[in-house]
Design a protein around this ligand. Structure first.
Ligand SMILES: [Zn+2]
Length: 166
C-alpha cells in the first residue's frame, strides 16, 4: 500500500516501540490533573518541557496555542471526565502565529503556492501577550468551567524556560 511506503520510517519506529511497550496499564484520567494548551510548533516537547510522563496530562495543540471553540469543547470533557483540574496555556517565543497579522499569513500561503485563504481565520496576532491574556480570560469566564484555575505562560525557545504571564 502506498501509505505504508510513505510512512515507512515511522511505522518501523512504531514496531520497535511496540516491542517494549510499557503503557498498557495507564489510566485515561490525567494523573497529575493537568491540561496544557500549546502550539503545534515542532520545537516544543510538552512532556519534557514540564517534567511530565505519558498519562500525566491532557495535551491540546494548535497553531499559536489559541483558545478556540474546539479547545473549549475539549477542556470541558477533560475537566469533567478525564481528571483535569488545572489548565496551562503556553504560548512561545518565535511563534509564526505571533509574527505578523492575519493578512501576512494569507500572503505567505499565497507566496508558497497555496490558494486564497482569506475565508479562514488563522488567529494570527502581533500582540502575543495581549492575545494570551485574552485567551486565558476566555477559559476563566467560560461558564462550563467555573472552578478550574487557568494560567498563561510564555515558553522561551532559546532557553527552554517558562515565564508566567497571567
Ligand atoms: Zn507557535
Amino acid at each position: 500500500m502506498a501509505s505504508e511506503k510513505l510512512f515507512d520510517d515511522v511505522l518501523k519506529a512504531n514496531a520497535a516501540f511496540a516491542d517494549s511497550y510499557e503503557h498498557a496499564d495507564l489510566q485515561a484520567r490525567a494523573v497529575r490533573g493537568l491540561g496544557v494548551l500549546t502550539c503545534m510548533d515542532s520545537r516544543i516537547d510538552p512532556l519534557a518541557m514540564l517534567g511530565l510522563a505519558p498519562g500525566d496530562a491532557k495535551i491540546l495543540r494548535n497553531a499559536g496555542a489559541r483558545v478556540t471553540d474546539d479547545v473549549l469543547r475539549t477542556l470541558v470533557l477533560a475537566s469533567y471526565l478525564l481528571g483535569v483540574d488545572r489548565i496551562m496555556v503556553v504560548a512561545h517565543t518565535g511563534c509564526r502565529m505571533a509574527g505578523g497579522n492575519e493578512e501576512d499569513v494569507h500572503e505567505a500561503i499565497r507566496a508558497a503556492g497555496g490558494p486564497d485563504t482569506r475565508s479562514i481565520s488563522f488567529l494570527a496576532t502581533t500582540a502575543q501577550e495581549a492575545a494570551l491574556r485574552a485567551d486565558v480570560q476566555r477559559i476563566r469566564s467560560w461558564p462550563y468551567l467555573p472552578d478550574v484555575p487557568v494560567g498563561g505562560f510564555l515558553y522561551d525557545l532559546t532557553t527552554g524556560r517558562l515565564a508566567a504571564v497571567c
